[in-house]
Design a binder for this molecule. Sequence first.
Ligand code: MG
Length: 339
Amino acid sequence: MVEGIGNTIEMRHGSGGKESHRLINNLIKKYFNNEFLNRDNDATFLPLKTNNISITTDSFVITPRFFKGGNIGKLSVCGTINDLAVSGATPKYLTCGLIIEEGFKINELEEIIKSIASEAKKAGVYIVAGDTKVVEKGSVDGIFINTTGIGELEREIIDVSNAKVGDTIIVNGTLGDHGMSIMCSREELNIFGDIESDCATLNYLVKDILEVAEEGIHVMRDATRGGIAAVLNEIAIKSNVTIEINEEDIPVKKEVVATCELLGLEPLSIANEGKIVFFVQEKYVDKVLNKMRNNNLGKNSKVIGKVIKSGEGIVLLNTVIGGKRILDMPVGENLPRIC
Ligand code: MG
């Protein structure tokens, strides 16, 4: 129960008047609480150590809002922080826009706000600006969240077109967990299995790696929508190289494989929310792997393949049964609203 707000969101909570102020002060700012927000200006001032910033934005519409391993709030921080981290930036600030449906339960909103606050704290970022809108019942499905992230860039941006022949490709753990977790938690599908989403902020893992191998990291990408099939194809095309990966080396949980088989899905095209592919110069591979495996978010890191030649812009998959095929960019939409 949040003081002076009631049990559900009503249109008046978005009016800009007394009820809006109560919602913002007694619930949202209570958890986001920091010097930038507390000044209550229309815009805030952000001190930065560098003239170069990295900026990214993302909107989150996931259903269901709560799933094993997280909720829409946690996800809205992780997704944006990870996009900053893989560009080589140190995440510093986040904005948070909420669009809430009339009738939304206040205690559910409080859980989401708490998750945003705790995940931001974990990642070492401040939520410096925000906006809350309430729309009539039926205009939005519960709550949609937009976050924009700002990071300090104290090196060259790590560019997707920078993969080089000879690079080793490393992934920081099992693939497909997020997408399959969401699939399993959708009641209408009622699939067996209890898969936990890998939703996590990876900025400290990336920082660890850049500390030991800054020169050796040619490309990093978080493998979100479209899974590693999408990101590897993107990197192959942008860098104009041929990538070869080995199916038997790719870590995928048994439950994820089983659920994918049942649904006729390709595990390599399933979304992750806590996985990055790293393209690492050969001489840094051991150093990077050691560092990754010492971090809880990288303890199952594996080498999955290599950049074998320039040209073509394709991804080849050596299958477990000894075949070789092209791993295409995923087409269509098998899993809507997974982030
Ligand atoms: Mg990304």
